[in-house]
Design a protein around this ligand. Structure first.
Ligand code: NAD
Length: 493
C-alpha cells in the first residue's frame, strides 16, 4: 500500500506540523492498511488560511461557472479513469462489497458532472430581477458563494459523501477544507490527487485527515470558516452546531435515522422481501437512510417473516473483494461491538430473534456478522427507537393505516420512510403523512443526485443534492437601485 502520511494543503502535499500518523485498518482481516497523516489544530489553521486566501484573492470564485464546470468535469473523468483501483481502496478501507463500491464511485463521478451543469447554469441565472412594490427602485437578487466551507464526513460512503459536499461547494465558487472520517480516510486523499491533476487552483480544495477531536473539532471552531457542512451522528452534529453557534456559521447537518418501512397486506410479498433486505442489508446496514424499522400488516406478517428468514440466511458474507459477496465486514471493531451489543440488548428486551447475529463459522478474522432479523419488536424498546447502524432489521405488525402512520412517525428521527402497497392512492396518502425528508413508494433506498436529500427532526438541517445542495453553498444578495430623478424626500422636500 502506498503512503498516505501527508495532508493536501494549498495545492501541495505536506507533512502534518506535529508529524503524527494514525492507522486505518482493513476490516476484513483486522490488519493495518495504511498509516495516515494525523492533522491537529495547527494543520487545520494552515488549511483554512489557504482556503481563505484562495477565496479572497484567488481566481476560483471569480471564474465563470462554465470554467468551474470544466474543472468539475475533469475531476469526474479522473474518478472514472481510476474506477477499479479506487473501488479496491474503498473496499479495503470500508469493507463494502466491490459492486457497491463501484456504484458509489460512479455516483461520485456523476455528482461532479451534475454540479458542473449547475455551475454552467449559474452564469445565466445567478442574478434574477425582483419586482418591487415601489417603481422608483429596481432590484436584483444575486447568488454568490458563501465563502470558505468546512466539510466533515462519515465513513459509510467515503468517496460519495466527499463528492456530495465538494461538488456543490466548488460549483458555487466556494473554497473548502474537507476532513474525512479517520476510519476511512484513503479515498478522500485520492480525490485530492485527482482534483490537483484536474487543474483546480491551489487552496481551493484542502484535504486534512485526522481524528474527530484533534482535526474535526478545530475545523468546526475555526473563525476563518463561513460555512460548515457536516454528515455524521446526532451527538457530533450537536457539538458541531454548538461550535458553529459561537460565531454564527452557516451550517447544514445530515444526521442519523431510524427510518420506517410500512408494508400493507396487498403487497407482493416477494418484492417486499427484496426491498426490505436491500433497505437494511446493503452496505452492511451502515446507511443513514436504512429502513431499519419495518411495519408489516398483520395479514401477511408471518408469511413475510418466513420468506425474509429464508432469503436472509442465503446472503453471502465475506471479504468485499471476493466475487458474489453481498455483505462485507462492519467498518471497525468499535462499530462491530456496538452492533453486537445492540443484538444482545434486543434479545433482553423481548424481541424475537428470527435469524442472525453470530459470526459466520467460516470467518474467524474480520468484523463479520450474520444479518439479523428481529420480529415482534416492542415499540418502546431501545432497538426499535435507536439507530444501530448495522445489518439489523426490527419488525412489528400493524392493523390499520392510521396506526402504521402513527408508529412510523413516532421517532425523534425523520430522515427517510418507505411504504409498499398495491393501492397507489394509499401509498401517496401515506407518503404525505410521513414526517421524513425522503420518502420511497414501493421501493427503499434508490438515491438520485437530482433530488433533495436530508432529514426532518433530529435527522438534520438543510438539504443536499440537486439544486438544494448548490443553494447550501450560496448566499443571496439584494442589489437595489434608486432610479427616480426626484429627491427621496426625507430631508430635501
Ligand atoms: P460521527 O459523528 O462519529 O463522525 C462523523 C465525522 O465527525 C468524522 O469525520 C469524525 O472524525 C468527525 N468528528 C467526531 N467528533 C468530532 C468533533 N467533536 N468535532 C468535529 N468533528 C468530529 O459519525 P460516523 O460514525 O462517522 O457516521 C455514522 C453516522 O453518520 C450515523 O449516525 C449515520 O446515520 C450518519 N450519516 C448520515 C447521513 C445523512 O445523509 N443523513 C449519511 C451518512 C451517515
Amino acid at each position: 500500500m502506498k503512503s498516505y502520511d501527508q495532508l493536501f494543503i494549498n495545492g501541495r502535499w505536506v507533512a502534518p506540523v506535529k508529524g503524527g500518523v494514525f492507522e486505518t485498518v482493513d476490516p476484513s482481516n483486522e490488519t493495518v492498511l495504511a498509516k495516515v497523516a494525523a492533522a491537529t489544530a495547527e494543520d487545520i489553521d494552515l488549511a483554512v488560511k489557504a482556503a481563505r486566501c484562495a477565496f479572497d484573492n484567488g481566481p476560483w470564485p471569480r471564474m465563470s461557472g462554465a470554467e468551474r464546470g470544466a474543472v468539475l468535469r475533469r475531476i469526474a473523468k479522473g474518478i472514472r479513469d481510476r474506477l477499479p483501483e479506487l473501488a479496491e481502496i474503498e473496499v479495503r478501507d470500508n469493507g463494502k462489497p466491490l459492486p457497491e463500491a463501484l456504484w458509489d464511485l460512479g455516483d461520485a463521478a456523476g455528482c461532479f458532472e451534475f454540479y458542473a451543469g449547475l455551475a454552467e447554469q449559474l452564469d445565466e441565472n445567478a442574478e434574477q430581477p425582483v419586482t418591487l412594490s415601489d417603481d422608483r427602485f429596481s432590484s436584483v437578487a444575486r447568488k454568490e458563494p458563501v465563502g470558505v466551507a468546512g466539510a466533515i464526513i462519515p465513513w459509510n460512503f467515503p468517496m460519495l459523501m466527499a463528492a456530495w459536499k465538494i461538488a456543490p461547494a466548488l460549483a458555487a465558487g466556494c473554497t473548502m477544507v474537507l476532513k474525512p472520517s479517520e476510519l476511512t480516510p484513503l479515498s478522500a486523499l485520492e480525490l485530492a490527487d485527482i482534483a490537483s491533476k484536474a487543474d483546480l487552483p491551489p487552496g481551493v480544495l484542502n484535504v486534512v485527515t485526522g481524528l474527530g477531536k484533534d482535526a474535526g473539532a478545530p475545523l468546526s471552531e475555526h473563525t476563518g470558516i463561513d460555512k460548515l457542512a457536516f454528515t455524521g451522528s446526532v451527538p457530533t452534529g450537536s457539538r458541531i452546531m454548538q461550535a458553529a453557534a459561537r460565531d454564527i456559521k452557516n451550517i447544514s447537518l445530515e444526521l442519523g435515522g431510524k427510518s420506517p418501512f410500512v408494508v400493507f397486506d396487498d403487497s407482493d410479498v416477494e418484492a417486499a422481501v427484496e426491498w426490505i433486505m436491500f433497505g437494511i442489508f446493503w452496505n452492511q446496514g451502515e446507511v443513514c437512510s436504512a429502513t431499519s424499522r419495518v411495519l408489516v400488516q398483520r395479514g401477511i406478517y408471518e408469511r413475510l417473516l418466513e420468506r425474509l428468514e429464508q432469503e436472509t440466511r442465503k446472503i453471502t458474507i465475506g471479504n468485499g473483494l471476493d466475487e458474489g459477496v453481498m455483505l462485507g465486514p462492519l467498518v471497525s471493531r468499535g462499530q462491530y461491538e456496538k452492533v453486537l451489543e445492540a443484538v444482545a440488548r434486543g434479545k433482553e428486551e423481548g424481541a424475537r430473534l428470527v435469524t442472525g447475529g453470530n459470526r459466520p463459522a467460516n470467518l474467524n478474522k474480520g468484523y463479520f456478522m450474520e444479518p439479523v432479523v428481529f420480529a415482534d419488536v416492542p415499540e418502546d424498546s431501545w432497538i426499535w427507537r435507536e439507530e444501530i447502524f448495522g445489518p439489523v432489521v426490527c419488525i412489528r405488525p400493524f392493523d390499520d393505516e392510521a396506526d402504521a402512520v402513527r408508529s412510523a412517525n413516532d421517532s425523534r428521527f425523520g430522515l427517510a420512510a418507505a411504504v409498499m402497497s398495491g393501492d397507489l392512492e394509499r401509498c401517496e396518502r401515506v407518503a404525505r403523512a410521513f414526517r421524513a425528508g425522503i420518502v420511497w413508494i414501493n421501493c427503499s433506498q434508490p438515491t438520485f443526485t437530482e433530488a433533495p436529500w436530508g432529514g426532518y427532526k433530529q435527522s438534520g438541517i438543510g438539504r443536499e443534492l440537486g439544486e438544494w445542495g448548490l443553494n447550501n453553498y450560496l448566499e443571496t444578495k439584494q442589489i437595489t437601485r434608486y432610479e427616480s430623478e426626484k429627491p427621496w424626500g426625507w430631508y430635501i422636500k
